[in-house]
Design a binder for this molecule. Sequence first.
Ligand code: SF4
Length: 340
Amino acid sequence: MQTRETLLEIKDLKVHFPIEKGLLFKKDVGSVRAVDGISFSVYKGESLGLVGESGCGKSTTIMALARLERITSGQVWFEGKDLATLNAEQLIQARKDFQIIFQDPYSSLDPRMRVIDIVAEPMRIFTKKAILTLTEKEIEEKALGLLDKCGLPASYAKRYPHEFSGGQRQRIGIARALSLGPKLILADEPVSALDVSIQSQILNLLKDLQKEFDLTFIFIAHDLSVVEYFCNRVAVMYLGNIVEMAPSHELYVNPMHPYTKALLSAVPIPDPVAARTRKRLILKGDVPSPSIVRPGCPFYERCHKAMPICEKQKPALLGAEAGHQVACFLYENIQGGEHA
Ligand code: SF4
C-alpha cells in the first residue's frame, strides 16, 4: 500500500471566543466554543473537504490554521513547525507556504490596484523583506504567467477588478494565492458566490493547478455535491467538532453518523424517481448555542437515535473501516479503536 506523506497535522485544536459582560469592568462570563478540540491530518497532494451547517466551525478552523484567528490551544504541525507557537516574524516566513482563497473575490481584491499589481504584491512584499530574491522584471513575468495559467490573458493585466465578472475575479484571487508558490491552499467557499456554470470552470481550474503545482487543499463548501466532486476526503463538522471523516466516495455511499445522514438526505439528486422515493431526514430544532458546555455528544439534542449515554459522555472519533472514522456510540462494536 502506498504510504501518504503528512503535510499538516492538527492536534486538539480549540478556538474559543470569550463572552464578556460589563461596561467599564469587563468580565468573562463564558465562551463561544467555535472549534472545540479537533484533530486530523492532511496528506500531501490531497483535497480535504470540511462540511457542515453555518456556524459549525469550518471557517474558524481554516482562519485559525492561517493564524488569522487566535488559537486558544492545540498544535498545528506544518513541515516540522508548530504554527500555533510561531512569533510574528516566523509566521510571515511560514505564510509563504500556505495561502487562502476567499469566498467573495471582489471584497478580497483591492479595487484601486491593477490586476498585475494584485498578483505581484505578495512577491514584492516578500522580496522587500528579503525572503524572496526576485527582480521587478521577474516579478512581473511571474505575475503575467500566473494570470495566463488562471485563464486571464496579458491584455487584462492593466485593468482593475471592477472590470471583471465574478468568475474572472476569482481567477485573479487564485493567481494571487499562487504567487508565493504555496504548498497548502485554504479555500473558504471559493465557488459559493458564483453561478453554477462558472463554478465547474473554477473547480476544473483548481484541479488543473493542483496537478501542475503539486498543491494540497483544505476546501470548505456548503454544497455537498461540490465537495464530492473536488475532494478526496471529507470531514463533517458539527458544533466545533469533527463527527465523521472518510474518503469522499465512502462517505457519500456509506454515511454513518446520524448528522451526516441527515445532511446527505437533503442533497438534490438528478433522478426524479430516486428523488421521490428517497427518505429525507429532518433534523429536530436549530443548531444549539456553541457557548453551552455539554459533557456528552455535541449532536445529542437533535439526534433521533440518542441513547442515555450520549447525554453524559462524548464519543471519540474512532476508526471503523475503509479509512472511515466516526464519533458515535452506535458504532462502538465495529470500531477498532484507532484514534483520529
Ligand atoms: Fe446520536 Fe448518540 Fe451517536 Fe451522538 S453518540 S450521534 S447522540 S447516537
